[in-house]
Design a protein. Structure first.
Length: 151
């Protein structure tokens, strides 16, 4: 265990990274129905044009809050706890490394030919899965592990 006591700052990245992963799963529940044959592909353009900006506080806020408070916790801890907060911070920021690729896919869904929208959504879902498995879930696991070391 670390010599540092748990604090709100050390708990926040646990909560926000968990919220981020939860949000990742809700996106499957929200977006998979658009792949149903009865849903017209042009509906994706209007949906994404609105959804992207309305969900910005979630995907931007959770990740950045995780990274900032993870970094603050990294600076105030030692040993394994420090390493876990450090890796959690790097992984939380890693979510945004996917941004340029994700943005291009979303732009094609909004502005591209409607007949390609469902294929683009499938591409987005694959990239979303990779991002969730490679950075979002591991970031959460690091933050949870770090906090457990504090208690």
């Amino acid at each position: 265990a670390s010599s540092t006591s748990p604090s709100l700052t050390s708990l926040i990245p646990v909560l926000t990274s968990t919220a981020s992963v939860t949000f990742c799963f809700t996106e499957y529940w929200t977006l998979l129905p658009f792949l149903h044959p009865s849903i017209p592909p042009q509906s994706l353009s209007a949906f994404w044009d609105s959804y992207l900006y309305r969900t910005m506080p979630g995907w931007l806020g959770f990740g950045l809050t995780s990274a900032v408070t993870g970094y603050l916790s990294f600076r105030s801890t030692a040993g394994v706890t420090r390493q876990l907060y450090g890796w959690g911070t790097v992984l939380a920021l890693g979510h945004y490394a996917f941004g340029p690729s994700v943005a291009k896919i979303i732009e094609r869904m909004i502005k591209g030919p409607p007949e390609n929208a469902k294929g683009e959504l499938r591409t987005w879902l694959k990239l979303h899965t990779v991002r969730t498995l490679l950075v979002d879930i591991p970031a959460m696991a690091c933050f949870v592990g770090a906090f457990v070391h504090l208690i």
